[in-house]
Design a protein around this ligand. Structure first.
Ligand code: FMN
Length: 363
């Protein structure tokens, strides 16, 4: 399986949802940087399941055990390895999925790809649980970046038809970034939360699910990170963002909205500010031109589909009998993945930003 990512930074994620544990090996981190483990746990708690009705009732404490790469609270420069033991497993719920694949999940494609040998329990290696080690890795990368004044925050831009305000594209207040990046239900407009939660609850009571959009900002990245063609900022970010299960779309800056405009409307005009820094008057490009950062905030949006595992009866196939069948999915599932995906998107953004800056030799 291809669960390795990165150029300068090498990230490898292992484990299965209902196996002994999950974890990550992160190689290429700069040595000598102090790491705050409480801060890592705070980020992991934002993603952990079982907090409220909007997420799966499976409770996991997600406590990472660091095996190597940190000594006396400081990165040693050796590969950083961490393991998270699985404790709250209830594999019996998944018994029938090896023959009755869930529509919208990876049971059928995983069965074909691995000739039925893959661990199906809880989604196995395809499970959203595999994003816990990604959040661990991102929390470490984020601490390295913060020492360079780089901040990362995301929020729930949309759940079903309910929308939040967007980030201000030119100058995002540091206190807003700080608030969002610690929140477990991150929204800019406080009143959006109740409406979003009501949508999720309606779906849950209907044995159904809803999807949405996460918007993310990275500020403080200097101009000049990234490369043209296949090594661009969009390429590096997309390649890790699409590693998050249930992500179906990524757009940078104004994304598809640019396509209906004239150049005169879409171009971001340059100017020198009073400190002789190069700025743009708008930020339709999301801080990226030619695959390279221009020094403005990097802005992107991630589209997340509605949770595949729903309690309604669905049509599927019985692979052992080769006939049509009905399925009611059991197990513990999020009626909406989006709130828990927010810290995962931030973590992916942290890893991508660090990888790009290490390539540029600016760390
Ligand atoms: C944080 C998180 C939690 C998830 N929880 C569930 C879940 O409870 N039930 C489910 O069917 N899918 C869940 N998913 C998504 C599935 O893992 C994903 O849809 C599946 O592996 C198929 O991959 P794809 O949607 O990328 O094609 C979750 C994803 C994330 C990021």
């Amino acid at each position: 399986m291809s669960s390795n990512w990165g150029n300068q930074l090498k990230l490898s994620i292992f484990g299965e949802s209902h196996g002994n544990g999950i974890g990550v090996v992160l190689d290429g981190l700069p040595a000598g940087i102090p790491i705050d483990q409480e801060e890592i746990l705070a980020q992991m708690a934002r993603r952990a399941p079982g907090r409220d009705l909007s997420s799966t009732p499976r409770k996991e404490e997600d406590l990472p055990e660091i095996l190597s790469g940190v000594r006396n609270g400081t990165l040693t420069g050796a590969p950083l390895a961490a393991v998270i033991r699985n404790r709250n497993v209830r594999s019996g719920d998944y018994g029938n999925l090896s023959v009755l694949p869930r529509p919208g999940h990876a049971d059928y494609t995983g069965y074909i790809r691995y000739q039925g040998a893959n661990d199906i329990r809880g989604g196995g290696h395809f499970s959203g649980r595999l994003t816990a080690p990604l959040v661990f890795a991102g929390a470490v990368c984020r601490q390295v970046l913060e020492r360079r004044g780089i901040k990362i925050a995301a929020h729930i831009a949309r759940i079903a038809s309910v929308t939040d305000d967007s980030f201000p594209a030119l100058d995002i207040p540091g206190d807003l970034m700080a608030r969002l990046s610690r929140s477990s239900f991150a929204v800019i407009r406080a009143r959006a939360e109740d409406d979003m939660r009501a949508e999720i609850e309606r779906a849950r009571l209907d044995c159904d699910s809803v999807g949405g959009v996460v918007e993310c900002a990275v500020t403080g990245v200097p101009a000049g990170a990234g490369s043209p063609m296949f090594g661009g900022v969009e390429n590096v970010f997309s390649s890790i963002l699409f590693g998050i299960p249930a992500v179906k779309a990524v757009e940078f800056g104004d994304g598809f909205a640019c396509c209906g405009r004239r150049g005169s409307e879409n171009n971001d005009s340059f100017y020198y500010n009073e400190s002789r820094q190069v700025k743009t008057r708008t930020n339709h490009c999301g801080g990226i031109l030619g695959g390279i950062t221009n020094g403005m905030p990097i802005l992107f949006r991630v589209g997340i589909k509605p949770t595949a595992s729903i309690g309604k009866e669905q049509d599927t196939i019985d692979l052992s009998r080769q006939e049509n069948a009905k399925l009611v999915v059991k197990g513990r599932h999020d009626p909406c993945i989006v709130p828990r995906a927010v810290p995962v998107v931030e973590a992916a953004a942290a890893a991508a930003t660090l990888d790009l800056l290490l390539e540029r030799g600016s760390l």
